[in-house]
Design a protein around this ligand. Structure first.
Ligand SMILES: NC(=O)c1ccc[n+]([C@@H]2O[C@H](COP(=O)([O-])OP(=O)(O)OC[C@H]3O[C@@H](n4cnc5c(N)ncnc54)[C@H](OP(=O)(O)O)[C@@H]3O)[C@@H](O)[C@H]2O)c1
Length: 336
């Protein structure tokens, strides 16, 4: 176990807060998750090996959610943390999705649900507080004042340190409105956004990233490798050529296996060749070089994948390489 102060992965400032985040965060969505064929993507033993590998590389920021693995992700992280120095780790969790069939109050961010759910999170993690609590999605049924007052209460009670919104681009104006209300009423604002962002999913470029910058919000992208597409194991003609949970599922592939995305991947392969790195490492390094991005949330199914991905933090891309990758697929505002 290595909780020592000597780390390889560095730290970056977490938006305008006083907190420092690992430059690559570790995501645990796939802990206890079943593939469409009903097989476990990552079981408890592997989950703890992955957490060990992340910590050994100096990683100190773990991202989870109360629904990941039906709660198993938080339980396994909590069990793992109990052997470590909790204070050295930043743990983020999320609430939103319905947990009790037939009970509409167990979904969303109404006061009753939020207060109930935070206690479940702390219980499973075996900790007195989470460093970051995200609303997993925006809940249009709950008034913004009710939301911000409830979340502020959790911060004042010491159960949560920072507030985040895991949200897609169309919800950015709602976060802006909520933070204005928080400022006007002396409440705690959101400090961090968690959007999908990677070389092929570019919908947050433009106003969303501009908004985050202007508000001083941290931005921690999810699915930074487009769920595995950006790792070089998919071929334009042959589809999947490497090992993947996706060999048991076809649904998500339809989204990514397009000519436009393979054209982008050709440029990714070219830059990877120039810097002597893998496509996955270059895709992660590109995100780290993007203005406005704080720290991508790295996922991995095996320790080998994780170690490969964490080494991306040391890869330096030239301005020209970043620009070529950026322009290899058009963002939403290209040509305007
Ligand atoms: N807020 C939200 O709504 C939301 C949504 C999604 C995710 N997240 C967060 O973001 C984290 C990361 O998301 P993600 O798992 O989708 O990330 P990702 O990095 O885009 O995809 C991870 C998957 O890609 C494959 N992979 C990763 N590294 C590889 C490598 N070096 N070589 C070959 N294959 C590799 C693995 O799958 P295979 O080996 O099976 O192909 C792995 O499970 C999650 O754990 C979660 O914490 C949040």
């Amino acid at each position: 176990m290595s909780d020592s102060g000597d780390t390889d992965l560095g730290f970056v400032r977490f938006g305008d807060t006083g907190l420092q985040s690992s430059e690559l965060q570790f995501g645990t969505w796939r802990f206890g998750k079943e593939t469409e064929a009903g097989n476990l993507e990552i079981g408890e033993k592997r989950a703890k090996e992955l957490l060990d590998a992340y910590a050994d590389a100096g990683g100190r920021y773990v991202d989870t959610a109360d629904i990941y693995g039906g709660g198993d992700s938080e339980v396994w992280i909590g069990d793992w943390l109990s052997d470590r120095d909790r204070e050295r780790y930043t743990v983020a969790s999320k609430i939103f999705w319905q947990t009790r069939e037939g009970d509409p109050n167990s979904r969303g961010t109404n006061r009753k649900n939020v207060r109930d759910r935070i206690d479940g999170i702390l219980d499973r993690l075996g900790t007195d507080y989470v460093d970051v609590l995200y609303i997993h999605r925006w809940d249009d049924q709950t008034p913004t004042r009710e939301l911000m007052r409830t979340l502020t209460g959790l911060v004042e009670d010491g159960k949560v340190h920072y507030l985040g919104a895991s949200t897609l681009r169309p919800d950015a104006w709602k976060v802006a409105q909520a933070n204005q209300l928080a400022r006007d009423e002396g409440l705690e604002p959101f400090s961090v956004l968690q959007p999908r962002y990677n070389l092929v999913d570019r919908e947050i470029e433009g106003d969303y990233l501009e908004f985050a910058r202007s508000e001083g919000l941290a931005v921690c992208p999810w699915s930074p490798l487009a769920q595995g597409f950006l790792t070089g194991k998919y071929d334009r003609e042959d589809g999947l050529t490497g090992e993947s949970r996706a060999s048991e599922s076809t649904r998500w592939e339809q989204n990514y296996l397009t000519d436009e995305n393979f054209d982008l991947h050709d440029e990714l392969d070219a830059v990877a060749g120039e810097v002597g790195a893998s496509p996955a490492q270059v895709a992660l390094a590109w995100l780290c070089h993007r203005d406005g991005v704080t720290a991508p949330i790295v996922g991995a199914r095996t320790v080998d994948q994780l170690e490969e991905n964490l080494a991306a933090a040391a890869i330096d891309l030239s301005e020209d390489q970043v620009q070529r990758l950026t322009e290899a697929k058009e963002g939403p505002y290209a040509g305007l």
